[in-house]
Design a protein around this ligand. Structure first.
Ligand SMILES: [Zn+2]
Length: 307
Protein backbone atom coordinates (compact mmCIF):
# COMPACT_ATOMS: atom_id res chain seq x y z
CA UNK A 1 0.00 0.00 0.00
CA UNK A 2 1.62 3.29 -1.07
CA UNK A 3 0.83 6.70 0.44
CA UNK A 4 -1.97 7.49 -2.01
CA UNK A 5 -3.58 4.10 -1.47
CA UNK A 6 -3.32 4.57 2.27
CA UNK A 7 -5.07 7.95 2.10
CA UNK A 8 -7.79 6.51 -0.14
CA UNK A 9 -8.30 3.53 2.16
CA UNK A 10 -8.31 5.78 5.21
CA UNK A 11 -10.98 7.94 3.58
CA UNK A 12 -13.07 4.82 2.96
CA UNK A 13 -12.88 4.05 6.68
CA UNK A 14 -13.44 7.68 7.68
CA UNK A 15 -10.86 9.35 9.91
CA UNK A 16 -13.10 9.56 12.92
CA UNK A 17 -14.21 5.93 12.48
CA UNK A 18 -10.57 4.89 12.20
CA UNK A 19 -9.78 6.40 15.58
CA UNK A 20 -12.98 5.20 17.16
CA UNK A 21 -12.88 1.61 15.98
CA UNK A 22 -9.13 0.97 15.81
CA UNK A 23 -8.99 -0.93 19.11
CA UNK A 24 -12.00 -2.99 18.11
CA UNK A 25 -10.37 -3.97 14.80
CA UNK A 26 -7.11 -4.77 16.56
CA UNK A 27 -8.86 -7.36 18.69
CA UNK A 28 -7.97 -10.50 16.79
CA UNK A 29 -10.56 -12.57 18.60
CA UNK A 30 -13.29 -10.68 16.72
CA UNK A 31 -14.34 -11.43 13.14
CA UNK A 32 -15.16 -8.67 10.64
CA UNK A 33 -18.85 -9.42 11.00
CA UNK A 34 -18.73 -9.22 14.79
CA UNK A 35 -16.96 -5.87 14.55
CA UNK A 36 -19.41 -4.58 11.94
CA UNK A 37 -22.26 -5.61 14.28
CA UNK A 38 -20.85 -3.45 17.03
CA UNK A 39 -20.17 -0.50 14.74
CA UNK A 40 -23.66 -0.75 13.28
CA UNK A 41 -25.30 -0.65 16.66
CA UNK A 42 -23.19 2.24 17.87
CA UNK A 43 -23.04 4.42 14.77
CA UNK A 44 -26.22 3.74 12.87
CA UNK A 45 -24.27 3.42 9.60
CA UNK A 46 -25.72 0.89 7.15
CA UNK A 47 -24.67 -2.72 7.43
CA UNK A 48 -22.64 -2.56 4.19
CA UNK A 49 -20.93 0.62 5.24
CA UNK A 50 -19.92 -0.98 8.58
CA UNK A 51 -18.54 -4.05 6.84
CA UNK A 52 -16.64 -1.96 4.33
CA UNK A 53 -15.18 0.33 7.04
CA UNK A 54 -14.10 -2.73 9.02
CA UNK A 55 -12.37 -4.45 6.12
CA UNK A 56 -10.66 -1.22 4.98
CA UNK A 57 -9.47 -0.53 8.51
CA UNK A 58 -8.12 -4.04 8.87
CA UNK A 59 -6.34 -3.81 5.52
CA UNK A 60 -4.45 -0.78 6.88
CA UNK A 61 -3.53 -2.79 9.98
CA UNK A 62 -2.38 -5.74 7.88
CA UNK A 63 -0.18 -3.42 5.81
CA UNK A 64 1.46 -2.34 9.08
CA UNK A 65 0.37 1.27 8.50
CA UNK A 66 -1.56 1.80 11.75
CA UNK A 67 0.71 4.53 13.07
CA UNK A 68 1.18 6.19 9.69
CA UNK A 69 -2.60 6.46 9.37
CA UNK A 70 -2.77 8.00 12.85
CA UNK A 71 -0.08 10.53 11.89
CA UNK A 72 -2.06 11.48 8.78
CA UNK A 73 -5.14 11.99 10.95
CA UNK A 74 -3.24 14.15 13.46
CA UNK A 75 -2.04 16.40 10.64
CA UNK A 76 -5.44 16.60 8.93
CA UNK A 77 -8.23 19.03 9.68
CA UNK A 78 -10.35 16.72 11.85
CA UNK A 79 -11.93 17.80 15.13
CA UNK A 80 -9.62 18.36 18.11
CA UNK A 81 -11.16 15.47 20.01
CA UNK A 82 -10.37 13.05 17.18
CA UNK A 83 -6.81 14.38 16.98
CA UNK A 84 -6.38 13.90 20.69
CA UNK A 85 -7.58 10.33 20.48
CA UNK A 86 -5.29 9.69 17.52
CA UNK A 87 -2.33 11.07 19.50
CA UNK A 88 -3.17 8.87 22.45
CA UNK A 89 -3.43 5.79 20.23
CA UNK A 90 -0.10 6.65 18.62
CA UNK A 91 1.50 7.20 21.96
CA UNK A 92 0.25 3.86 23.22
CA UNK A 93 2.07 1.88 20.53
CA UNK A 94 5.32 3.63 21.35
CA UNK A 95 5.46 2.52 24.93
CA UNK A 96 8.94 1.15 24.47
CA UNK A 97 10.03 4.71 23.98
CA UNK A 98 10.74 6.11 27.41
CA UNK A 99 8.71 9.16 28.24
CA UNK A 100 11.03 11.84 29.60
CA UNK A 101 9.65 14.73 31.51
CA UNK A 102 11.69 17.56 30.05
CA UNK A 103 13.77 18.05 33.16
CA UNK A 104 17.49 18.53 32.89
CA UNK A 105 19.27 15.65 31.26
CA UNK A 106 22.89 14.80 31.74
CA UNK A 107 25.27 14.68 28.85
CA UNK A 108 26.22 11.07 28.22
CA UNK A 109 27.56 8.88 25.46
CA UNK A 110 25.27 6.71 23.34
CA UNK A 111 26.48 3.54 25.03
CA UNK A 112 25.94 5.10 28.47
CA UNK A 113 22.39 5.99 27.41
CA UNK A 114 21.77 2.46 26.14
CA UNK A 115 22.89 1.09 29.46
CA UNK A 116 20.33 3.15 31.35
CA UNK A 117 17.58 2.49 28.86
CA UNK A 118 18.24 -1.24 29.09
CA UNK A 119 18.07 -1.08 32.89
CA UNK A 120 14.60 0.42 32.81
CA UNK A 121 11.57 -1.56 31.84
CA UNK A 122 8.37 0.25 30.98
CA UNK A 123 5.28 -1.30 32.56
CA UNK A 124 2.77 -2.40 29.93
CA UNK A 125 -0.06 -0.02 29.20
CA UNK A 126 -3.27 -1.63 30.41
CA UNK A 127 -6.20 -1.67 28.03
CA UNK A 128 -9.74 -2.39 29.18
CA UNK A 129 -10.38 -4.22 25.89
CA UNK A 130 -7.67 -6.81 26.53
CA UNK A 131 -10.22 -8.37 28.92
CA UNK A 132 -12.59 -9.01 26.02
CA UNK A 133 -11.87 -12.71 25.63
CA UNK A 134 -12.17 -13.46 29.34
CA UNK A 135 -15.55 -11.68 29.39
CA UNK A 136 -16.64 -13.75 26.39
CA UNK A 137 -15.48 -16.94 28.11
CA UNK A 138 -17.41 -16.00 31.21
CA UNK A 139 -20.56 -15.43 29.16
CA UNK A 140 -20.24 -18.86 27.59
CA UNK A 141 -19.19 -20.82 30.63
CA UNK A 142 -21.63 -19.18 33.03
CA UNK A 143 -24.61 -20.73 31.23
CA UNK A 144 -23.25 -24.27 31.14
CA UNK A 145 -24.79 -26.30 33.94
CA UNK A 146 -22.70 -28.47 36.22
CA UNK A 147 -24.36 -31.69 37.35
CA UNK A 148 -23.06 -33.44 40.45
CA UNK A 149 -22.68 -37.19 39.84
CA UNK A 150 -23.98 -39.91 42.14
CA UNK A 151 -21.48 -42.18 43.88
CA UNK A 152 -22.59 -44.97 41.58
CA UNK A 153 -21.84 -42.83 38.54
CA UNK A 154 -18.34 -42.11 39.82
CA UNK A 155 -17.77 -45.81 40.56
CA UNK A 156 -18.94 -46.83 37.12
CA UNK A 157 -16.86 -44.14 35.40
CA UNK A 158 -13.69 -45.23 37.17
CA UNK A 159 -14.40 -48.91 36.48
CA UNK A 160 -14.69 -48.28 32.74
CA UNK A 161 -11.42 -46.32 32.75
CA UNK A 162 -9.74 -49.00 34.93
CA UNK A 163 -8.85 -46.39 37.57
CA UNK A 164 -8.73 -46.45 41.37
CA UNK A 165 -10.31 -43.58 43.31
CA UNK A 166 -7.30 -43.19 45.61
CA UNK A 167 -4.75 -42.92 42.81
CA UNK A 168 -6.46 -41.14 39.98
CA UNK A 169 -4.54 -41.12 36.69
CA UNK A 170 -4.99 -39.25 33.42
CA UNK A 171 -7.33 -41.25 31.15
CA UNK A 172 -5.36 -40.12 28.10
CA UNK A 173 -1.74 -40.69 29.14
CA UNK A 174 -1.56 -42.32 32.61
CA UNK A 175 0.21 -39.44 34.40
CA UNK A 176 -1.24 -38.42 37.77
CA UNK A 177 -4.55 -36.68 37.18
CA UNK A 178 -4.97 -33.07 38.28
CA UNK A 179 -8.43 -32.25 36.90
CA UNK A 180 -11.47 -33.67 35.11
CA UNK A 181 -11.45 -32.78 31.42
CA UNK A 182 -14.46 -32.45 29.11
CA UNK A 183 -14.24 -35.39 26.73
CA UNK A 184 -16.38 -33.53 24.19
CA UNK A 185 -15.66 -29.80 24.07
CA UNK A 186 -18.25 -27.56 25.71
CA UNK A 187 -17.15 -24.47 23.77
CA UNK A 188 -16.27 -24.10 20.12
CA UNK A 189 -15.98 -20.95 17.99
CA UNK A 190 -16.94 -18.86 20.99
CA UNK A 191 -20.31 -20.55 21.37
CA UNK A 192 -21.48 -23.40 23.67
CA UNK A 193 -21.51 -26.72 21.83
CA UNK A 194 -24.46 -28.01 23.85
CA UNK A 195 -22.37 -30.48 25.85
CA UNK A 196 -22.39 -29.73 29.55
CA UNK A 197 -20.39 -30.51 32.68
CA UNK A 198 -21.57 -33.95 33.75
CA UNK A 199 -19.53 -36.99 34.64
CA UNK A 200 -20.48 -38.78 31.41
CA UNK A 201 -18.69 -36.03 29.55
CA UNK A 202 -15.72 -35.78 31.93
CA UNK A 203 -12.60 -37.89 32.38
CA UNK A 204 -9.67 -37.48 34.78
CA UNK A 205 -6.76 -35.79 33.01
CA UNK A 206 -3.36 -34.27 33.61
CA UNK A 207 -2.72 -30.59 32.92
CA UNK A 208 -0.45 -31.42 29.98
CA UNK A 209 -3.18 -33.38 28.16
CA UNK A 210 -5.93 -30.93 29.06
CA UNK A 211 -4.02 -28.00 27.63
CA UNK A 212 -2.78 -29.87 24.58
CA UNK A 213 -6.24 -31.21 23.74
CA UNK A 214 -8.07 -27.90 23.96
CA UNK A 215 -11.40 -28.30 22.19
CA UNK A 216 -10.16 -30.89 19.70
CA UNK A 217 -11.93 -34.21 19.11
CA UNK A 218 -10.19 -36.56 21.60
CA UNK A 219 -9.81 -39.58 19.28
CA UNK A 220 -8.05 -37.49 16.62
CA UNK A 221 -5.97 -35.45 19.05
CA UNK A 222 -4.71 -38.44 21.06
CA UNK A 223 -2.89 -39.94 18.02
CA UNK A 224 -2.23 -36.58 16.36
CA UNK A 225 0.83 -34.39 16.33
CA UNK A 226 -0.26 -31.57 18.65
CA UNK A 227 2.55 -30.68 21.07
CA UNK A 228 2.31 -32.85 24.21
CA UNK A 229 -0.36 -35.11 22.66
CA UNK A 230 -0.04 -38.69 24.02
CA UNK A 231 1.19 -40.15 20.70
CA UNK A 232 3.88 -37.45 20.51
CA UNK A 233 4.99 -38.28 24.04
CA UNK A 234 5.34 -41.96 23.14
CA UNK A 235 2.68 -43.21 25.58
CA UNK A 236 2.94 -47.01 25.45
CA UNK A 237 -0.53 -48.46 26.01
CA UNK A 238 -2.35 -45.95 23.83
CA UNK A 239 -4.51 -48.59 22.08
CA UNK A 240 -5.90 -49.90 25.37
CA UNK A 241 -6.52 -46.36 26.58
CA UNK A 242 -8.40 -45.48 23.43
CA UNK A 243 -10.56 -48.59 23.74
CA UNK A 244 -11.51 -47.62 27.28
CA UNK A 245 -12.29 -44.06 26.18
CA UNK A 246 -14.53 -45.38 23.38
CA UNK A 247 -16.33 -47.49 25.94
CA UNK A 248 -16.69 -44.43 28.13
CA UNK A 249 -18.21 -42.55 25.23
CA UNK A 250 -20.73 -45.35 24.69
CA UNK A 251 -21.57 -45.43 28.40
CA UNK A 252 -22.18 -41.69 28.36
CA UNK A 253 -24.07 -41.67 25.10
CA UNK A 254 -24.25 -37.93 25.61
CA UNK A 255 -25.97 -35.85 22.95
CA UNK A 256 -25.47 -32.11 22.66
CA UNK A 257 -28.36 -30.06 24.01
CA UNK A 258 -29.97 -27.33 21.98
CA UNK A 259 -29.72 -24.77 24.75
CA UNK A 260 -31.57 -22.08 22.85
CA UNK A 261 -34.54 -24.35 22.19
CA UNK A 262 -34.48 -25.60 25.76
CA UNK A 263 -34.73 -22.20 27.42
CA UNK A 264 -36.56 -20.21 24.76
CA UNK A 265 -35.43 -17.58 22.32
CA UNK A 266 -36.13 -14.56 24.53
CA UNK A 267 -33.93 -15.53 27.43
CA UNK A 268 -31.24 -16.74 25.04
CA UNK A 269 -31.18 -13.45 23.18
CA UNK A 270 -31.23 -11.49 26.40
CA UNK A 271 -28.08 -13.27 27.52
CA UNK A 272 -26.15 -12.51 24.31
CA UNK A 273 -27.45 -8.96 24.30
CA UNK A 274 -25.89 -8.43 27.73
CA UNK A 275 -22.64 -9.75 26.33
CA UNK A 276 -22.81 -7.39 23.37
CA UNK A 277 -23.64 -4.42 25.57
CA UNK A 278 -20.75 -5.09 27.91
CA UNK A 279 -18.27 -5.40 25.05
CA UNK A 280 -19.56 -2.20 23.51
CA UNK A 281 -19.25 -0.37 26.82
CA UNK A 282 -15.76 -1.76 27.22
CA UNK A 283 -14.78 -0.32 23.86
CA UNK A 284 -16.23 3.05 24.74
CA UNK A 285 -14.59 2.92 28.15
CA UNK A 286 -11.30 2.12 26.46
CA UNK A 287 -11.53 5.22 24.24
CA UNK A 288 -12.22 7.34 27.31
CA UNK A 289 -9.36 5.71 29.21
CA UNK A 290 -6.96 6.47 26.36
CA UNK A 291 -8.14 10.05 26.34
CA UNK A 292 -7.74 10.38 30.10
CA UNK A 293 -4.24 8.96 29.93
CA UNK A 294 -3.30 11.34 27.14
CA UNK A 295 -4.77 14.32 28.96
CA UNK A 296 -2.69 13.49 32.04
CA UNK A 297 0.45 13.32 29.91
CA UNK A 298 -0.42 16.63 28.23
CA UNK A 299 -0.99 18.30 31.59
CA UNK A 300 2.23 16.89 33.02
CA UNK A 301 4.34 18.11 30.13
CA UNK A 302 2.73 21.58 30.04
CA UNK A 303 3.21 21.82 33.80
CA UNK A 304 6.91 21.08 33.58
CA UNK A 305 7.37 23.60 30.74
CA UNK A 306 5.68 26.20 32.96
CA UNK A 307 8.08 25.52 35.81
ZN1 LIG B 1 -2.36 -36.89 30.44
Amino acid sequence: MDDNQLIRTLNSVGKSSFVRYLKLCEDESLSNTEIADQIEEESGYTRNSCLSRTSHLRSILRAGLRNKALEIIIESSVRERIKRLAKALLNESENDEVFFLPHEQFEMSASEKDKYLAAFQMPTVINITTRTSSITNAFINSIIPVITPSINDIREALAILALEPESLLCAYCGDPSTEWDHLRAIVKDKRPTGYISEIRNLVPACGKCNQSKGNKEWSIWIVGDAPQAPKQRGIQDLEARMQRLHKYEEWGDVKPLNLEELIGEDLWEQHWKHWDTILRHMNEAQSTAVEVRQRVLDRLSSKSTDD
